[in-house]
Design a protein around this ligand. Structure first.
Ligand code: HDD
Length: 668
């Protein structure tokens, strides 16, 4: 998938196969690469072995510091296509010119764990998109949740210290279920709303392709007339939003720690390009104070029913990286990378982020020239009077490197705003210097309650279980009790149930938020349902009727479903069918549905476990049993919703079940 960015990257690629031979970094051809230079075959290695020294030194320095947060992630290239011009709001050319296709690079991440942690942990997911526009890079550095834990960036180091593995023993990895994190939450009630999101199913997405993204902060759009609007950015997945269940997520973390990155990689390789629509919520400047929340507060969302999300374009990820380190690891995002027509708001979290991101790249990428790393370069020309520094890759001609100069006709010269130069929005600001929080930021609980009010019964159950699990893992009574104090400000029943589950103290007085508001858009139930790109485990217990199986597999493929045939041994069947996995290598947590074909008198124990786990995770299950066989030996009943007897029911019912996703009734 060629675009301006991928063609630019092409200039930096090297293909080992096409090169003549092995050389040192100095271009010297190397005659021997297996033995170091020694004084005698059994003697010591010699200092003069420059080839050994170079190879070893380079290896010794292969690693760079991982990101201090969002260390674990994966990325892909793609494009953004605008549906209609947004010139009434912004002058940004990639948001006004529908004839333009803008290259993008998107990186998804978890927050807490190290680079090698598991994909399916309970966590916020980073959703960072770099648009390589013709006016420079615009980075939308968001998350899969629309709000944040804190209101002021100065608390970010504290939040992260509390969230990360504890400093005395570096435990736990890829988890927030520990004392210091929950201590922070209990001590910082502004986190009430975000903690509800983190304990919800949003924190355990089924796939990176099936989650929403949010720019979180309020930004500003400015049009050519200089008129500004407040804006929030949304990404809506075309496949809908879907999540795992907690037991499944934990199981996946062990069975395939790369579950999400592999899913993204394979979908792109197959041509099932993941897509998200870009949505905007817009508020006119004059309406800034018309809401029951402060639009500058990053712990608040704008309910979609009050401020509709206008869909304006689509991002398609259509190309995997060639090299993970060069691209995904070295990509440097920054919420301060904006283009003309997009500006910041005074959200104090955003303001602090504007400092942190460049700063962190200096230690992560080793100096101030990280913008020259191919993945970070804009696709438009870039030049100024900045010079030198570690890893300078550019040879600047001439002797002037200062502004204003007469010797070089004052080149490079600033560009006036009407010719594309960036101009900050001239917001009128006045006030006293003060460290403090605006009173309008003090309602911590109404939207936490709004979120809870909006959830379906099974989503509420999952949320209470998540609180109980996480706090159940905490050791300190103080921490557990404080968390319940926080919950008691949101919803009394949640506080009661959690307190009961973890044996914590329930405050005497009910202080729950009185908010009765709901926002249906916050429930994942109200999403898009399709079978596309989901995966089916086809389980063989005994020899199947291959003609019948071939027909069923054809239907699965027609509905864009993926499948793997799983049996006791890997091998081939008639009709060119391949058994690609065994019950040792496959696991029900890695599939969206199962189809059992049983031709043996007894269902073997691993097969039984497979279907019971599929059933327990509320997934659709189809069975084809030979004469007079039943599932009596298992806990699965053919009469339950989402279980299909393929000898009685058309396979289309099973496909509809896969589209429906889960059968929550089984949880009760
Ligand atoms: Fe951040 C990385 C998203 C608050 C400081 N952040 C990082 C990444 C994402 C976010 C997606 C990974 C980017 C990548 O893939 O390379 N961060 C957010 C969101 C926030 C947020 C949505 C709140 C709305 N972050 C935040 C604050 C600060 C930081 C308040 C500090 C003041 N974030 C960083 C960082 C990181 C980072 C330390 C680590 C690696 C990096 O920047 O490049 O600078």
């Amino acid at each position: 998938m060629e675009n301006k960015k991928t063609s630019q990257l092409e200039n930096f690629t090297i293909d080992n196969e096409q090169k003549a031979g092995l050389t040192t970094n100095q271009g010297l051809k190397v005659a021997e690469d297996e033995f170091s230079l020694k004084a005698g075959l059994r003697g010591p290695t010699l200092m003069e072995d420059f080839h050994f020294r170079e190879k070893m030194t380079h290896f010794d320095h292969e690693r760079i510091p991982e990101r201090v947060v969002h260390a674990r992630g994966t990325g892909a290239h793609g494009i953004f296509q605008l549906y209609e011009s947004l010139s009434q709001y912004t002058r940004a050319d990639f948001l006004t010119d529908t004839s333009k296709t803008t290259p993008v690079f998107t990186r998804f991440s978890t927050v807490q764990g190290s680079k090698g942690s598991s994909d399916t942990v309970r966590d916020v997911r980073g959703f960072a998109v770099k648009f390589y526009t013709d006016e420079g890079n615009f980075d939308l550095v968001g998350n899969n949740m629309p709000v944040f834990f804190i209101q002021d960036a100065i608390k970010f180091p504290d939040l992260v210290h509390a969230l990360k593995p504890e400093p005395h023993n570096e435990i736990p990895q890829g988890a927030s279920a520990h004392d210091t994190f929950w201590d922070f939450i209990g001590q910082n009630p502004e986190s009430a709303h975000m903690i509800m999101w983190l304990m919800s199913d949003r924190a355990i997405p089924r796939s990176l392709r099936m989650m929403e993204g949010f720019g979180v902060h309020t930004f500003r759009l400015i049009n050519t007339l200089g008129k500004a609007h407040f804006v929030k950015f949304h990404w809506k997945p075309v496949l809908g939003m879907h999540s795992q269940v907690w037991d499944e997520a934990q199981r996946t973390a062990g069975k395939n720690p790369d579950f999400h990155r592999q899913d993204l990689y394979e979908a792109i390789e197959k041509g099932d390009y993941p897509e998200w629509e870009l949505g905007l919520q817009v508020i006119a400047e004059e309406d800034e104070f018309k809401f029951d929340f402060d639009i500058l507060d990053p712990t608040k969302l704008w309910p979609e029913e009050e401020i509709p999300v206008k869909i304006v374009g689509k991002m398609t990820l259509n190309r995997n990286v060639d090299n993970f380190f060069a691209e995904t690891e070295q990509v440097a995002f920054h919420p301060g990378h904006v283009v003309p027509g997009i500006d910041f708001s005074n959200d104090p979290l955003l303001q602090g982020r504007l400092f942190s991101y460049t700063d962190t790249q200096l230690s992560r990428l080793g100096g101030p020239n990280f913008h020259q790393i191919p993945i970070n370069q804009p696709v438009c020309p870039f030049h100024n009077n900045q010079r030198d520094g570690m890893h300078q890759m550019t040879i600047h001609h001439g002797k002037t490197s200062y502004h204003r100069n007469g010797l070089n006709n004052n080149q490079p010269e600033p560009v006036p705003a009407d010719q594309g130069g960036y101009e900050h929005y001239q917001e009128k600001v006045e006030g006293r210097k003060i460290r403090g929080r605006s009173e309008s930021f003090l309602d911590f609980y109404s939207q936490a309650k709004l979120f809870y009010n909006s959830l379906a019964p099974h989503e509420r159950r999952h949320l209470i279980s998540a609180f109980s699990f996480e706090l159940g893992k905490c050791k300190s009574d103080l921490v557990k009790n404080n968390a319940v104090v926080l919950l008691n400000h949101i919803d009394r029943r949640v506080a009661e149930e959690v307190a009961n589950n973890i044996n914590a103290e329930l405050p005497k007085e009910n202080l729950e938020s009185k908010s009765t508001k709901k926002s249906p858009a916050l429930s994942m139930v109200n999403t898009i349902y399709k079978p596309d790109t989901k995966s089916v485990a086809v389980l063989l217990n005994g020899q199947p009727d291959t003609d019948q199986l071939t027909d069923w597999l054809k239907v699965l493929t027609e509905h864009k479903l993926n499948y793997s045939i799983i049996a006791a041994k890997i091998g081939s069947l008639k009709n060119n069918l391949k058994i690609t996995e065994t019950f040792d290598t496959a696991d029900p947590s890695l599939f969206d549905a199962a189809l059992l074909i049983n031709n043996k008198s007894a269902i073997q124990p691993p097969v039984l476990e497979f279907i019971e786990t599929t059933f327990k995770h509320c997934k659709p299950l189809a069975v084809a049993l030979s004469d007079h066989q039943t599932l009596n030996q298992s806990r699965v009943s053919l009469k339950t919703e989402g279980v299909y007897d393929l000898l009685q029911t058309d396979i289309m019912k099973f496909i509809e079940g896969i589209a429906q996703d889960r059968f929550w009734i089984r949880e009760q």
